[in-house]
Design a protein around this ligand. Structure first.
Ligand code: SF4
Ligand code: SF4
Length: 231
C-alpha cells in the first residue's frame, strides 16, 4: 500500500492557494500564534476567514480565521520554526477531511491538496472503492486512512470533530438568530468575535463551559479517546 511520506520540502508552507489563500486557524490557535509571533517580532496578517453575520445580535462570529502571510512567517530554512506548536491544519496536511462525519461517506479529489511527494490519483484509488459508489463502512476505510496517512489522519479526525461540533451548535442556535453569510460584510455594522465567545454572548454557554470546550478541542488524548484511536 502507498504511504504518504513527507519529504519536508516546505512547499506547503510557502503558499496556501488550495486552502483559500490562507492558513485556516481556530480561535485558540490565533491566540497561540500571536503570542509566539510577538516574542519573535513577527507581524501576522490574521483575519476572519469563515464567519457568519447575525443580524439580530449584531455580531459577526468567526468559525475559522486565516493567516494570510505567504510564505508562512514561521517557515525558516524550509522547516517549521514552531513545529511542536504548529496548528492542526499543518499537522493534518495533506489530508483535509476524512469521511468520518460524512453521512454518505463520499470523498473526492478536492479533499486533497497537491504535494510534490503525493500523487492524488494513486492515493485516492487506494482509499476509495469505486465499485461501491464510494460508500464504505468505517471499518473498511479507516484502516486504509490510518495506514496511508498515519498521524496526519488522526489530526484530521480532530479537525473534523471540532468542525462537526461547531456545526451542531450552529444547528441548535439557528432558529434564534438571523444568520446570513457574506463575503464582503460591513464590519462597521457588526462586532467581530470568535465563535465560542459569541456562544457566551448569546447565553448558549457560560465562560467556564467555553473554556472546557476549548480545552477539549486542544486535548488530543481526550479527543482520541472519544474516537477510540490513540497517538
Ligand atoms: S507535505 Fe508535501 S509539500 Fe509539504 S513539506 Fe511535506 S512533502 Fe513538502
Ligand atoms: S506553522 Fe509551520 S508547518 Fe504551519 S505553515 Fe507555518 S511553517 Fe508551515
Amino acid at each position: 500500500m502507498l504511504k504518504f511520506d513527507c519529504k519536508k520540502c516546505g512547499k506547503c508552507c510557502e503558499s496556501f492557494g488550495n486552502l483559500g489563500n490562507c492558513l485556516p486557524l481556530f480561535e485558540w490557535e490565533v491566540d497561540e500564534l500571536k503570542s509566539i509571533a510577538q516574542k519573535e517580532g513577527l507581524i501576522l496578517d490574521i483575519k476572519p476567514f469563515i464567519f457568519w453575520l447575525d443580524k439580530k445580535s449584531g455580531f459577526a462570529f468567526t468559525i475559522q480565521y486565516g493567516l494570510f502571510n505567504e510564505p508562512c512567517p514561521f517557515l525558516k530554512n524550509k522547516s517549521c520554526s514552531i513545529y511542536e506548536n504548529r496548528p492542526l491544519i499543518c499537522r493534518q496536511f495533506p489530508l483535509l477531511r476524512t469521511p468520518f462525519f460524512q453521512d454518505d461517506r463520499k470523498l473526492n479529489s478536492p479533499y486533497f491538496l497537491r504535494c510534490e511527494n503525493f500523487n492524488n490519483k494513486a492515493f485516492l484509488a487506494q482509499l476509495l472503492d469505486t465499485s461501491k459508489d464510494n460508500k464504505m463502512k468505517r471499518s473498511e476505510w479507516e484502516p486504509k486512512y490510518k495506514e496511508t496517512y498515519g498521524k496526519c489522519y488522526e489530526f484530521c479526525l480532530q479537525t473534523d470533530f471540532i468542525l462537526k461540533s461547531m456545526l451542531i451548535f450552529l444547528e441548535k442556535i439557528n432558529g434564534r438568530l438571523k444568520l446570513k453569510t457574506s463575503f464582503e460584510p460591513d464590519f462597521n455594522k457588526y462586532a467581530i468575535i470568535p465563535f465560542f465567545e459569541f456562544l457566551v454572548k448569546i447565553n448558549v454557554l457560560n465562560s467556564t463551559q467555553r473554556e472546557e470546550y476549548i480545552a477539549l478541542f486542544k486535548d488530543k488524548d481526550l479527543l482520541f479517546k472519544t474516537f477510540g484511536v490513540s497517538i
